[in-house]
Design a binder for this molecule. Structure first.
Ligand SMILES: [Zn+2]
Length: 260
């Protein structure tokens, strides 16, 4: 009964939404990693974006005024993560705050030893447990961070990780996924990646991934969608785990394109 109501409500939101088709095409054109979606995936992404924009409050801060295209660009990137999951993966919080540029967080946090930190390092994005998600527009703009870097995917991956508590690189796995396989793959890849970064090796994956297991999951999620061939080549077991978690195979999309 409740499920039927939910489906009806969603259908009604999608049918009533006035998402400008030209603006939608313009959004997709700015995001190269979305250009190989099948027509069915494209339509599912569009519907997920409509639900996302309906549920979330996206607003500018620090003097930034959002135009119609900006929330759509954020939503399209946020929703690629849940294309084959469900909009409810982003339930339980509402606000997306967008600053013009990198921002200095003012909120304090308490670590596991009970110590209060006020971190004044400028950030491109931030995701709070059951709280807002904060982005710097300068870093959201297409290709802002270069290939393989995507602050929107990064912060929304943290949100998925937080579905079972603090971000720690271990989001809730689906039925049929093996907890030991996930942990084994991530621990091995994380320690290998940290070794490479410490040795000053050139890595195509953002070295920020070495910061913590939580950052490793978020950065590898960015790379999975933007440069899947690199993840597949460097860490095939991570690719396999992310493929199961996101229920997507971005490398297959890419290889369709490269045959053109
Ligand atoms: Zn992060």
């Amino acid at each position: 009964m409740f499920e039927a109501f939910r489906r009806w409500r969603r259908r009604r939101i999608i049918e009533r939404a006035g998402l400008d088709p030209a603006l939608w095409q313009q959004t997709l054109a700015q995001l190269p990693f979305l250009r190989d979606l099948t027509p069915a995936e494209n339509e599912r992404l569009r519907q997920t974006v409509i639900l996302f924009l309906h549920d979330k409050s996206i607003h500018g801060a620090g003097g930034l005024v959002l135009d119609a295209a900006m929330p759509l660009l954020i939503a399209a990137q946020a929703c690629i993560l849940i294309l084959n999951l469900d909009i409810d993966y982003y339930a339980g919080w509402v606000e997306v705050i967008v600053y013009p540029d990198e921002f200095v967080p003012t909120m304090e946090y308490v670590d596991e030893d009970g110590i209060v930190h006020t971190d004044h390092a400028p950030r491109a994005g931030e995701a709070w447990l059951q709280g807002p998600l904060i982005l710097s527009w300068a870093d959201v703009a297409p290709r802002a961070g270069g290939e393989g870097v995507n602050v929107v995917i990064h912060e929304f991956a943290h949100k998925l990780d937080m579905l079972n508590g603090d971000a720690n690189g271990f989001p809730p796995l689906h039925a049929g996924m093996n907890r030991r396989d996930w942990v084994g793959a991530f621990e091995a890849a994380y320690s290998d990646f940290c070794r490479r970064v410490e040795a000053d090796e050139e890595t195509r994956i953002d070295p920020y991934a070495a910061e913590s297991p939580a950052e490793f999951f978020a950065v590898l999620s960015e790379a999975f969608f933007e440069i899947p061939a690199v993840v597949h080549a460097d860490y095939p077991e991570i690719y396999a785990q992310l493929q199961q978690f996101y229920k997507q195979h971005p490398l297959a999309r890419n290889s369709i394109r490269s045959r053109d």
